[in-house]
Write a protein of this length. Sequence first.
Length: 385
Amino acid sequence: MLGECWANAGGMLGECWGNRRLVGDCLFAGDFGTVFHMSKTHAFEFLDAHKDDQPIDFDVAGVYGADPALVSWVAMRLTGQGDVTRYDGDAVRWSDVVEELSIASLFDMGEQRTVVVRAADKFLSKSRSEIEAYLAGGPHACRLILQLDSLASNTKVYKLLDKQQHLICCYSETGQKSGVTAANRRSFLTKYMAPRHQVKMNAAAADALIEMLGHDMGMLDTEIAKLSLYLDPGGTIDEALVRDVVAGWQGKTIWQIIDAITAGDAAEALKQLDKLIDGGQPAIALLPQIAWSLRRLGLATSAHLAAERSGRAARLEESLNRAGITRPNEVSKAVKDMKQMTRARAAQLLPWLLDADLRLKGTHSAGGRDRFLLEQFVLKLAAKH
């Protein structure tokens, strides 16, 4: 018998039934264990539960979220081996889609034909009443997948998909709204993504990879594929391999940027930053790599200033230890970096990092504004006054 309980899931209160827990908007069943029948779930759970090639029975699926790789993988798994027709939501009309949905395929490979509407937010806005009526009916001759950037939970479409159809959220950034925690994201890397490339990955390696590259699943998958080439099939990706291989020239360039920032050499910092961006690295992935070292310096500065305000005479090395910098060579380098930075700049590191992170995920997320923001951020950090 399923018993009702309350459990804390990754710092957020999650509602549990037996081994199930609801985090944010999405359902998770234990640690990718038994899959319970429920229309709303997260891509991590859905993909891990459907690793085989067995056809998935559904009529309509809403796939929404900000991670394009997760959206793509979920849609591919839903369509399976059947015939697929794809439309762009910005251009297609409902009349074209519904006509296509009425035509069954003669070459369905044992599965129903599927119609996929990509970037369907505008399409949904224009044809909301027709889509609501379609969702309320059924079953239909063909399957329909709506790929959306977002879907408000108070809309009728959301509620119909949740109650009668399939609803799969595809976020990779942690948060209560996304339903993603550091733990279930780590499990997805180690238990789903790494085996796709015939290797294993330990938790420390997964954390290091996310720390260095950010949470974009497509980029993480590409790096895991590269790392797998360094191992025999069945080998294990560990943290040492991640830091050695993924860093490479990119990691060296990141350190050159950080060294230039702490030395107040804005021209050199921008030169190295442009090299990375021109090499195809997106700003959203570069910020966490630049921020990782600077955040520790910011934490050390905060601890040092707090000690001074309390009347204690703290040594700089002690403050660095409190920020997690404990190895002798790291401590000596950090002391040098902090002495090169002005006290005022060091005290602003944490607020500046937070501001850049929020703006890069919001007002400056695309259209060249992300690069402008990162260049402006580096200039501000490297300013000597």
